[in-house]
Write a protein that binds this ligand. Structure first.
Ligand code: H2U
Ligand code: ZN
Length: 335
């Protein structure tokens, strides 16, 4: 099998039922792409101009408390609102729309402006995990909320507006597109896709990066982004609210080590979008769901050169040159 990895092929993502094109022979092509400037300025532990630091004023005039651990607030520029009038009836099946209600929040991971997940202690990240679980429960129990998406955009390259360690939560009335694909895949499978996949990758070893008592990290076979990873719970948990105490600690440890490994790839704070996928909060039990996290980092060959999803990727399918096996070998050493 490894021999055939050297030739163009496509791989199937069983979670989304989409294909990715892999072109390993292209890693040696000349590159004259964009070189972006790196921002190597040292960050202060407290920034008087940061809208997330303790005690500071946010847009709209609210003041953050002098928080000492995590801090959650309603997004001042929320993309969704809890109230939305019904949408007018459609005039054509080609012009379909419906009202969408929701709640958007911001979670500060730490009062320290200068830290990242990889630099925080496992104990401090554990408090972030507790905050996520509390939010998943609280937002998920709202009658009109059917899905709670927790995600972190990190780095200017990914559109993060502030280096202060934080994430966002968008809780929505309907299941967003990506969870819909996974919902369909989980529901159609005869045994749990991710229970089976974690076992398989641990046995094969080629793409597994890290494991502890509760979690496995792999560069998935079907990864699209150069250093994409998947964090899977060993136990079949449908959501983070089912994590035991030990599993919460192990998730914190996993995230610290993974984020730290990323930061060592090019010795910069590695940009990424990450987020958790878990059971919809629509009132059904959803035993088919398996709790996991995706990390989608854009960097490709240096701190400046990123992977773009353009051209064939926009019009055809995603494509990658570096194989997930090569990315796994690189990342594994950095854990
Ligand atoms: P990002 O860095 O991922 O953009 O998240 C920061 C969020 O913080 C963003 O959604 C919100 C923005 O709307 N925000 C506030 O809620 N209050 C502020 O004073 C500034 C930014
Ligand atoms: Zn700050």
């Amino acid at each position: 099998m490894p021999g055939s990895y050297e030739f163009p092929h496509r791989r199937f993502n069983p979670l989304t039922r989409e294909w990715v094109l892999v072109s390993p022979h292209r890693t040696k092509r000349p590159w004259q792409g964009q070189i972006e400037k790196t921002d190597a300025k040292a960050k202060p532990a407290y920034d008087p101009n940061c809208y997330l630091c303790p005690g500071n004023e946010r847009a709209g005039g609210a003041h953050n408390p002098a928080y000492e651990s995590t801090f959650v607030f309603d997004n001042d520029f929320a993309a969704l609102l809890p109230e939305a009038p019904p949408f007018p009836a459609q005039v054509s099946p080609l012009l379909v729309a419906e009202a969408e209600r929701g709640v958007c929040r911001v979670v500060c991971f730490s009062p320290r402006h200068d830290l990242t997940l990889g630099e925080m202690t496992t104990g401090d990240i554990r408090r972030v995990v507790d905050a996520w679980v509390a939010q998943y429960r609280e937002l998920g129990s709202m009658p009109f909320i059917r899905y709670v998406q927790i995600f972190e955009n990190r780095g200017e390259m990914m559109g993060a507006s502030n280096p202060h360690p934080h994430c966002q939560i968008w809780a929505t009335e309907h299941l967003p597109n990506e969870p819909v694909k996974e919902q369909n895949a989980f529901a159609a499978a005869t045994s749990c896709l991710l229970c089976d996949y974690a076992q398989l990758e641990l046995r094969l070893g080629e793409r597994a990066l890290y494991e502890n008592g509760s979690f496995v990290v792999v560069a998935p076979y079907w990864a699209v982004w150069p250093f994409e990873t998947l964090v899977v719970s060993r136990r079949h948990l449908t959501g983070m609210d089912e994590l035991s105490e030990a599993e919460r600690d192990d998730l914190a440890e996993t995230l610290r080590r993974l984020a730290g490994a990323y930061d060592r790839v090019f010795d910069v704070v590695f940009p990424y979008s990450m987020g958790f996928h878990q059971r919809p909060t629509d009132g059904d039990a959803h035993p088919e769901w398996h709790f996991h996290a995706h990390f989608y980092p854009p960097l490709l060959r240096s701190a400046e050169v990123r992977k773009h999803m353009v051209g064939f990727e926009m019009l055809g399918s995603p494509q990658r040159d570096l194989t997930p096996e090569e990315a796994a070998a690189r990342l594994r050493e950095l854990f």
